[in-house]
Design a binder for this molecule. Structure first.
Ligand code: IPE
Ligand code: IPE
Ligand code: MG
Length: 230
């Protein structure tokens, strides 16, 4: 398969994976079940992204604001993250998936940090699809940290800030998807979204399949990107 054709030219897709709680509520299940099914959606999507030759897939997994949730939900999310990495790390290694994290993951529980750091190291040499997981990520925090680093080195310009963002070195963001019917960014990739195309769907995250990604990419392929020119 030709990389690029399947993705309609998109190199970098990011997703605000929203609606796990509503998915569970609709079924009278505990919220944690929604998150668990959300992980299955992630697993299928990462495989599809790799198969279609997408260069980078960025997934919003835990925001700087998600610490406001009840402790039991936070620990359920951390447990699911751990189990996902443990279960899929060998597949990443075997299939040339490179793991990358944006956000300050050092603030996560120590066992999660250790597991993630090991997974980052084990996939560092891979150059297939980059799976970027946003953890304890908030764009305002990212930009503030980047500006601080840029200022220490010299004059602040868009380019010097961009070079210090957590996403430095990734392809430019082409397509930003949000599930669950919400139409807002919730502090995700504010800088990188400057000229990204947006695609919103009412589908709740646990119901999101690779076919939805293909629909979004097909819509992306129809867009005319002008970047302010004419
Ligand atoms: C998204 O689902 C997962 C995270 C934010 C971690 P939600 O838990 O936000 O689900 P809703 O929005 O309450 O349905
Ligand atoms: C955004 O979803 C964060 C993640 C998907 C990780 P939220 O559910 O936290 O966003 P809001 O609160 O509806 O804006
Ligand atoms: Mg939500």
């Amino acid at each position: 398969m030709t990389a690029g054709r399947a993705t309609h030219g998109a190199r970098h897709v990011a997703i605000i994976m929203d609606g796990n709680g509503r998915w569970a509520k609709k079924r009278h299940l505990p919220r944690a079940m929604g998150h668990q099914r959300g992980v299955e959606a992630v697993r299928n999507l990462v495989r599809a992204a790799r198969e279609m030759g997408l260069e980078a897939l960025t997934l919003y997994a835990f925001s700087t604001e998600n610490w406001r949730r009840p402790e039991d939900e936070i620990s359920a999310l951390m447990g699911l993250l751990k189990r996902y990495i443990i279960a899929d790390i060998d597949e990443f290694v075997a299939n040339d998936v490179r793991l990358r994290i944006i956000g300050d993951h050092s603030a996560l529980p120590a066992d999660v940090v250790a597991l993630l750091d090991d997974a980052l190291a084990r996939t560092a040499g891979n150059d297939g699809t980059t799976l970027v997981i946003a953890l304890n990520y908030g764009a305002q925090d990212e930009i503030a940290r980047a500006a601080t680093k840029a200022a220490a080195k010299g004059p602040i310009t868009p380019a010097t800030i961009e070079a210090e963002l957590d996403t430095a070195g990734l392809p430019p963001l082409d397509l930003l998807i949000r599930t669950s019917g919400e139409v807002r960014l919730s502090n995700f990739l504010l800088w990188q979204a400057a000229y990204a195309e947006m695609w919103f769907t009412d589908v709740l995250w646990p119901d999101f399949t690779p076919d939805h990604l293909r629909d979004a990419l097909a819509a992306f392929g129809q867009r005319e990107r002008r970047y302010g020119g004419r």
